[in-house]
Ligand binder design. Sequence first.
Ligand code: 5RP
Length: 232
Amino acid sequence: MNWRNRIATNESWSGDISNLEAKTKVANQVSRYVKDGDVIGVGSGSTAFLALQAIADRVKQENLNVMAIPTSQEALLNCATFGLKTTTLAADRPDWGFDGADEVDAQHRLIKGRGGALFAEKLVMASAEKTYILVDDSKFVSRLGEKFAVPIEIDPRAVHLVETRLEGYPIRKIMMRMAQSKDGPLITEAGNLILDVHFDRIEDEFEKELSSIPGVIETGLFIGYSVEILTV
Ligand code: 5RP
């Protein structure tokens, strides 16, 4: 089997896909929204991978003219593997998009960015009229930040400045995200670092406040975007 075929199977996902059955159902659900001529923002992560696969199947079967705007190199590679044409935010605006999430609360506030693609994910979400957030039961929380840290992507030169500016926030712990090899810090696709910040409490204004700290590129708090939660 060549790599193209390998990567197009669920087995090829690096690591097992948790809650595969629920994620597959929700992936199939979003694939029904695809129409001829759509420009679609493509999220990152395992649920987005399954959704992309389902969408690509429809595009192929019905010979639809669809363009994808990927939110990461991983999503770009998956588009190529599944034969979906891609474009960029510089050239096109997504009609709608889909993505996964790490946490969703009752007000549909999200934490995203476990895969480190938060910067492009937010650019694409903010550009789309609507984004379907595909989640299984495990993603719903009663308090945002209950299970996951909020990733904050920062310019490497801003580490100390950002740490200082975070003093005064209700924070339990801050961890620098490490590369999988554990040899050093994870470097994002944009050449930045990620601080994983465990908050005791998250308020709506934190997203804007944190983004205004010099050196902060983006945060994994997604509050007030035009999202529709799809779940099973
Ligand atoms: C990547 C993300 C993902 O959408 C999020 O981590 C959910 O991933 P999965 O669908 O694999 O559970 O934000 O940056």
